[in-house]
Design a protein around this ligand. Structure first.
Ligand code: KIV
Length: 283
């Protein structure tokens, strides 16, 4: 959408209700009760976190998608806790209102509830995250229970869980046919285990709607249709930095073209001597 036709940024009432302090998981629960929809964005550094925070985005996710958009890997598998900790700390420092959720990367929680607690504790203690996210259903219920009982808010993630791309054999829609009932059971089990919210990625819209109406915790869709309580996108997809985004992405900016134009103009000015000019020069 061209910026001239975009509506002005309107803070959500979730944002309004939490003015002057950080959004909490209780605020998100209250928004679900009010049937109020809200946005979540990924963030990986202090500057973009500040922009999104000031725009009123109530939840920022330091996703393991950083593996691809920050570190340049072709999947989320290689990224580690040590890679994500400084990014998370930057997002916390750059924001003052948003709830900051840190993604537990592949290999940092699957082994045992104790491993999950050790990894989550690092994100809370060393980076200041307010919650963690992990992927999977019945296999990670003991981890979710251990984290919640230790006081760590947990966001679940079902459907296309990119850390399992090698099991899925590619990035494809999940939850069609009978596997939809399995996903529904996992969703209810995660809620029972104490998750405060649930990401549904690349699932049929009808299934996402059934999960959303069956749960009392908020669902956050990405490629899951319009019925979820919240929507999340990777910010580089939304802003037009990703060359070939997935079908579920709507572009709200063209940063790739803007950066390209600016880089070329800078290079041309340096080569021609037009930069730096008098006004950029100290005397
Ligand atoms: O890592 C990530 O960015 C995510 C979101 C896409 C939900 O998990």
């Amino acid at each position: 959408m061209p910026s001239s036709t975009m509506p002005p940024p309107t803070p959500t009432s979730l944002y309004g209700g939490a003015a002057g302090r950080r959004v909490t998981v209780r605020d998100l629960a209250a928004a679900k009760e009010r049937h109020e929809k809200w946005p979540m964005l990924t963030a990986y550094d202090a500057m973009t976190a500040r922009v999104f925070d000031e725009a009123g985005v109530p939840v920022l996710l330091v996703g393991d998608s950083a593996a691809m958009v920050v570190y340049g890997y072709d999947s989320t598998i290689p990224v580690t806790v040590d890679d994500l900790l400084p990014l998370t700390a930057g997002v916390v420092r750059g924001s003052s209102r948003a709830l900051v959720v840190a993604d537990l990367p592949f290999g940092s929680y699957q082994a045992s509830p104790a491993q999950a607690l050790e990894s989550a504790a690092r994100f809370l203690k060393e980076a200041g995250a307010h919650a963690v996210k992990l992927e999977g259903g019945h296999r990670v219920l003991p981890q979710v229970e251990a984290l919640v009982s230790a006081g760590v808010p947990v966001m679940g993630h079902l459907g296309l869980t990119p850390q399992s791309v090698n099991v899925f054999g590619g990035y494809r829609v999940q939850g069609r046919g009978e596997s939809g009932e399995e996903l529904m059971k996992d969703a209810k089990d995660l809620e029972r285990a104490g998750a405060f919210a649930l990401v549904l990625e690349c699932v049929p819209a009808e299934l996402a709607e059934r999960v959303t109406t069956s749960l009392s915790i908020p669902t956050i869709g990405i490629g899951a249709g319009p019925a979820t309580d919240a929507q999340v996108l990777v910010w580089q997809d939304l802003m037009g930095l990703t060359p070939h985004p997935a079908r579920f992405v709507k572009r709200y900016g063209d940063l790739g073209a803007d950066l390209d134009r600016a880089a070329r103009a800078f290079a041309a000015d340096v080569v021609s001597g037009a930069f730096p000019a008098q006004e950029h020069t100290y005397r």
